[in-house]
Design a protein around this ligand. Structure first.
Ligand SMILES: *Cc1c(COP(=O)(O)O)cnc(C)c1O
Length: 458
């Protein structure tokens, strides 16, 4: 019996001639195409061997192979729908860049460009020149340089200014950012000795002053991006730290993490310290990310006094940590939006979503609810709490709405996540929820269709 079935199994050369299969070869490389066919045949071979498959139809084999090839033709790095309610979600790619920025990336990288070429003089140019002035205009800094990300920016600055020296940091600011950015470890890698001052909850000016010795290279302030110390607390402000640095002739630096350029306080949210304020405080160097609240591509931005930035530009490590042309191409249009704040909050997706009226979010959730209920999916509208994420406003939430779906939440979470389109939701109070805050208008129908499919197949 099994022997007979094995004999009936089609060969690769036979499958490859079937028109439906030929059609599929157009969207995939030959390697994955033939591997898909072999995997499909193998699936049936194993099924027969185990006695699970007791009859064989060519159309089933073709169907299975079609599914395998279709899966293989998708890129591994692909789109997901963010129904988590966390806007700058590091696992889901952080900030979305604007249409204009995305278009500029495509334009720049599908053609030769002046990345490191000075078109006026016909000589070698610097990749940093395209954007330095713009960064200075929007932040108020004297000078700027870019790296691959903020972790690289911090490492570069420590390497240049505090290698074999000491950097003084408050015990309340020894942060760990997800994905292994831990301040003590970064110090080690950079060859800097970490000198901790103060206590977890309280650090005073005198703590920094007393720690300063001839070995001190830097006073470093780090934004506590993802946690909050509450209660009986005291921290030294960047203004105070800059002054201590000046008085003692020690360089000061602030790792701002997120890089906020608009004052969220004005829009009714919790105020986050802005880059402009850090510059105004007199701190010598400030580092921040391009893809957190700035709403641009992955990049590290270092702003500050020209004499220090000039030294960073000459550091050999910068070559290894340098910003990509794709990031530069996305960053320039993003930063240009900041020349007019109104435009920035309308056109930069991260800012737009953060500031979007809750009424609009509720409408989106209600639209999804309506479609689902029409299709007999048991669900209800729920109030949720969205978070900004990306290391800003820890503990703060934004009122939001979502749709809670009836059923085993763990199973639902897995099913929404694994099928296409991939939809990542959340589980709260033992309920699976699709939070509408970070879901685009154009994604409501795809989410609804997928949800209906999942529930129907139960
Ligand atoms: C996020 C963050 C970093 C790391 O920035 P990346 O751009 O992810 O490398 C470093 N420091 C602080 C305080 C942060 O919030």
């Amino acid at each position: 019996m099994k022997k007979e079935l094995f004999k009936q199994l089609p060969k690769v050369d036979e499958i490859i001639k079937i028109p439906e299969i030929i059609e599929l070869s157009k969207n995939i490389d030959y390697f994955n195409f033939t591997e898909g066919i072999r995997d499909g045949i193998d699936h049936f071979r194993q099924g027969i061997a185990r006695g699970i498959i007791t009859e064989l139809h060519l159309k089933d084999v073709v169907e299975t192979i079609k599914n395998i090839i279709e899966k293989k033709s998708q890129m591994n790095l692909r789109n997901v729908i963010n129904a988590t309610g966390t806007l700058v979600h590091t696992n889901l790619g952080r900030s979305l860049i604007s249409e204009k920025a995305a278009k500029n990336v495509v334009d720049v990288i599908t053609s030769y460009n002046n990345l490191e070429y000075n078109l006026e003089e016909g000589i070698r140019g610097s990749r940093y020149d395209h954007i330095e002035k713009l960064i200075c205009t929007v932040t108020g800094a004297e000078a700027a340089v870019l790296t691959n990300n903020n972790a690289a920016a911090v490492m570069l600055a420590l390497n240049e200014f505090a290698k074999d020296g000491e950097a003084v940091v408050s015990r309340g600011e020894l942060v760990e950012i997800g994905g292994s950015f831990r301040v003590p470890d970064i110090m080690k890698i950079s060859g800097t000795k970490l000198v901790e001052v103060g206590t977890t909850n309280r650090t005073h000016s005198k703590d920094y002053k007393e720690a300063i010795s001839e070995n001190t290279s830097m006073l470093l302030k780090i934004h506590t991006s993802n946690y909050k110390i509450v209660g009986f607390t005291k921290e030294v402000t960047n203004n105070e730290l800059a002054e201590i640095g000046r008085e003692n002739n020690v360089l000061t630096m602030e790792d701002l993490g997120s890089g906020v350029l608009v004052d969220f306080g004005k829009y009714g949210l919790k105020k986050e310290p802005t880059v402009q304020e850090s510059i105004a405080s007199g701190i010598d160097l400030i580092t921040f990310s391009g893809d957190k609240l700035l709403g641009g591509p992955q990049a590290g931005i270092i702003v500050g006094k020209k004499k220090y930035i000039d030294r960073l530009k000459k550091n050999q490590l910068l070559r290894a940590l340098r910003v990509s042309k794709m990031a530069l191409a996305a960053l320039e249009p993003t930063l240009r939006y900041y020349l007019n704040e109104r435009e920035a909050i309308e056109k930069i997706p991260t800012l737009k979503m953060i500031l979007e009226d809750t009424v609009k979010v509720k409408e989106r959730a209600a639209k999804l609810l309506e479609i689902l209920q029409k299709n007999n999916v048991k669900c209800r509208l729920v109030e949720t709490e969205a978070t900004i994420g990306g290391g800003s406003m820890p503990g703060e939430t934004i009122n939001s709405y979502g749709v809670g779906i009836e059923g085993n939440p763990v199973e639902l979470e897995r099913e929404f996540r694994s099928g296409t389109p991939h939809i990542v939701g959340i589980i709260r109070n033992n309920q699976f929820i699709l939070d509408a805050k970070a879901v685009k208008d154009s994604e409501i129908h795809p989410v609804a269709n997928r949800a209906v499919d999942i529930i129907k197949n139960k």
